[in-house]
Design a protein around this ligand. Structure first.
Ligand code: PBG
Length: 325
């Protein structure tokens, strides 16, 4: 059968028809909101490259966490930018470090909100790399994963509902799983940043997380944007090591990767709509060049249509309100 017998427009005629035949249904249950925590009290320091996003002291982060939960967003992803940075990421390892205190403060104020803790060294190291730096500047994989596992344990002890390693070292999911299990946290899930690309879209985030590398770049650990098969390999390795959820990051420019990963695995797939993707939309909307609400919902729908079950996005609270309205 073909035209004029076939007319796809028949089921597109009215809103009621379009709603009934819709294939992808975005809901707020799928959204995770990133929060950036800094030292101090009453601090709400706007991130200039991310309109509407601020670095927050713990007391302010608790307020935002409440608002996010009230909007219907089920989880936040916590990043900390401690003041004291050193070669060992000591602030991330401290039992009462900034991230640990933020996790317990948010958990006690909002028990109904899941707190995912980003596990990385870059916000707490003076060199801004995601692992330990060897003399000469190379990143040492095996000592880094030991430290990352201790950081993850620290966050689990503070009450994190999940730990999310974003460093892209080899074997870190296994190292984290072992340390968590040995210390009574067998039930803490690992959300692995499994296919994380060395992307130019992280620029605004690095201002927010104070995590720009002091020298070089992250291409010796994050993935080459040109590679797709390698993403499937990374994801399968992380699942073998014990990852409960796997992530593709960034989202928009990597929809084919989301699609491939969805087809290759049985665990939930998370996509991270990163800072640069957020800021592009914000900047164009501020100039009146696009309709922000429509553009945001279209990108999130596209990410879900590609195969993501969950989406980390700086638009989470707004999107949740729009989806409810
Ligand atoms: C740090 C980390 C980054 C992001 C999440 N965790 C930046 C990077 O790897 O340089 C990016 C998030 C964003 O851009 O929104 N390991």
């Amino acid at each position: 059968m073909s035209f004029p017998d076939t007319r796809p427009r028949r089921t597109r005629q009215t809103d009621l028809w379009r709603r009934m035949v819709r294939e992808t249904r975005l809901t707020s249950d799928a959204l995770i909101y990133p929060l950036f925590v800094v030292a101090g009290e009453g601090v709400r320091h706007p991130v200039s490259s991310m309109p509407g996003i601020s670095q927050l002291s713990i007391d302010e982060a608790v307020k935002d966490a409440r608002a996010v939960a009230d909007a219907g967003v089920p989880a936040v992803l916590l990043f900390a930018a401690p003041e004291e940075k050193d070669a060992h990421a000591s602030a991330a390892l401290a039992a009462h470090g900034l991230a640990a205190r933020a996790i317990s403060a948010i958990k006690s104020a909002c028990p109904g909100l899941l707190v995912w803790a980003d596990v990385c060294l870059c916000g707490a190291t003076d060199h801004g790399h995601c692992g330990h730096v060897l003399p000469g500047g190379a990143i040492d994989n095996d000592s880094s994963i030991e430290t990352l596992a201790q950081v993850a344990l620290n966050y689990a002890r503070a009450g994190a509902d999940a730990v999310a390693p974003s460093d892209m070292m080899d074997g870190r999911v296994q190292a984290i799983r072992r340390v968590l299990d040995r210390n009574g946290f067998a039930m803490t899930p690992i959300v692995a940043y499994a296919a994380k690309y060395a992307s130019s879209f992280y620029g605004p985030f690095r201002e927010a997380a104070e995590s720009a590398p002091a020298f070089g770049d992250r291409r010796s650990y994050q993935m080459d944007p040109a590679n797709a098969r390698e993403a499937v390999r990374e994801v399968l390795l992380d699942i073998e090591e014990g990852a409960d959820l796997v992530m593709v990051k960034p989202a928009g420019p990597y929809l084919d990767i989301i699609r491939r990963v969805r087809a290759a695995v049985q665990v939930p797939v998370v996509a991270y709509q990163v800072s640069g993707e957020f800021s592009l939309i914000k900047a164009a909307a501020e100039r009146g060049w696009i309709d922000e609400r429509a553009a945001v919902l279209e990108t999130l729908t596209g990410i879900q249509r590609a195969g993501a079950d969950l989406i980390i996005t700086y638009f989470a609270p707004e999107a949740a309100r729009w989806l409810r309205a």
